[in-house]
Write a protein that binds this ligand. Structure first.
Ligand SMILES: O=P(O)(O)OC[C@H]1O[C@H](O[C@H]2O[C@H](CO)[C@@H](O)[C@H](O)[C@H]2O)[C@H](O)[C@@H](O)[C@@H]1O
Length: 345
């Protein structure tokens, strides 16, 4: 019986029967959880039945690595990554969401093989300060500030483009489609700070075009007040709206622009308008990443959600946590550097 349960888990994860050695000793807990092996730090991983079913619909991108490589044949792989929860683990203090040196190295290697961009809810500058890699393209404020090559496509309004040069003299463009909202965001930041000052545990993060109201440290009984204050402030700021993320409320300009649009914009500016030539991979864990997953489904890309629990998603594949993201990137760069990719891990 236990052998059958174990086999189901590994089958759902897309692993071969030959990797089941540990599974033979798997035991079922009283909460109907099955042991899913051990994490790198040696902690047991519990996998529940819902997760097993979900995994069948969103198989592990690590297990399907070789199929993915076959599907990309003849196309240029382009990598898109979210930051929080994807490259860095979720931590209680947003200012301390550092990525590990090993992850940085994995992103650096992958960016040396394939065009690579990070699209985050944070401000572009803040993501760069965390990542510190110059070969990567950055898009912050949920895509409302994107740094990339000059666009050839005339459909993007020039008014929102700003020419700039990096330290090595290379020209790049900063695209800010919500530029007109900047004074209003500053005003809202001021008003929000006033409104939140008597609610213990709230912190407001300035993401330039978007504002994050973090409530991770707010008492349950006070949470209602946080949302009420934001909603009441929005009554007088009709050009903005609120979205919910991971213990965070985000206030964003109401323009038709999201991470999916930023992804399309970057593909265009990088010269990959034709979806027959490109194989975009997007890895993200946030609700706002769903806009990008949707675009990839339409364009025949490879959308990967980072989640260790079942989630409603447009992504087709999954990775459990940033540590698996790192393994995936390592395999990708090994393959990109010349087919050295051999291991299954
Ligand atoms: O698009 P992302 O790069 O995923 O950014 C989304 C939000 O991520 C950050 O908040 C989340 O991560 C924090 C650090 O782990 C955590 O403390 C917080 O509770 C999470 O919501 C970031 O601080 C936000 O500004 C981003 O919008």
């Amino acid at each position: 019986m236990l052998g059958r349960v174990a086999a189901k888990v590994y089958e759902a994860m897309g692993m071969k029967r030959s990797t089941l050695s540990q599974s033979e000793s798997m035991s079922k807990s009283r909460h109907d959880h099955v042991d899913g092996g051990y994490s790198r730090s040696g902690e047991p991983i519990a996998i529940d039945q819902n997760y097993i079913s979900w995994l069948r619909e969103h198989p592990s991108a690590l297990s399907l690595f070789h199929q993915m490589i076959s599907a990309s044949r003849g196309k240029q792989i382009v990598i898109f990554l979210d930051y929080d929860g994807t490259l860095s683990p979720i931590v209680s203090d947003p200012e301390r969401a550092f990525m590990s040196d090993e992850m940085r190295e994995a992103v650096r290697d992958v960016s040396n093989c394939f065009p690579t961009a990070i699209i985050s809810g944070r401000s572009r500058q803040k993501v760069f300060d965390f990542v510190k890699l110059t070969k990567v393209y950055y898009s912050g404020s949920h895509g409302m500030e994107t740094m990339g090559p000059a666009p050839k496509n005339k459909s993007y309004d020039k008014k929102y483009h700003q020419r700039s040069f990096d330290d090595e003299g290379n020209e790049f463009i900063i695209f800010q489609p919500a530029q007109d909202f900047l004074p209003a965001v500053r005003k809202i930041l001021h008003e929000l700070t006033e409104r939140m000052k008597n609610i213990q545990g709230v912190t407001i993060e300035d993401n330039k075009f978007c504002l994050s109201v973090h409530h991770r440290h707010v008492k349950d009984e006070d949470y209602g007040r946080v949302e009420e204050e934001v909603q009441s402030m929005l009554v007088n700021n009709r050009d903005f709206h609120m979205t919910r993320g991971n213990k965070v409320l985000e206030i964003r300009p109401s323009i038709q622009w999201n991470k999916g649009d930023a992804l399309k914009y970057l593909l265009d500016t990088l010269g990959f308008q034709n979806s027959d030539d490109v194989f975009p991979i997007y890895i993200g864990d946030d609700r706002t990443d769903e806009d990008a997953f949707k675009v990839l489904r339409e364009r025949g890309g490879y959308p990967i959600i980072v989640s260790s629990t079942p989630r409603e998603t447009m992504a087709l594949h999954s990775l459990r946590n940033p540590s698996e993201v790192q393994s995936f990137l390592v395999r990708l760069s090994r393959w990109g550097f010349g087919g050295l990719e051999t291991s299954q891990q």
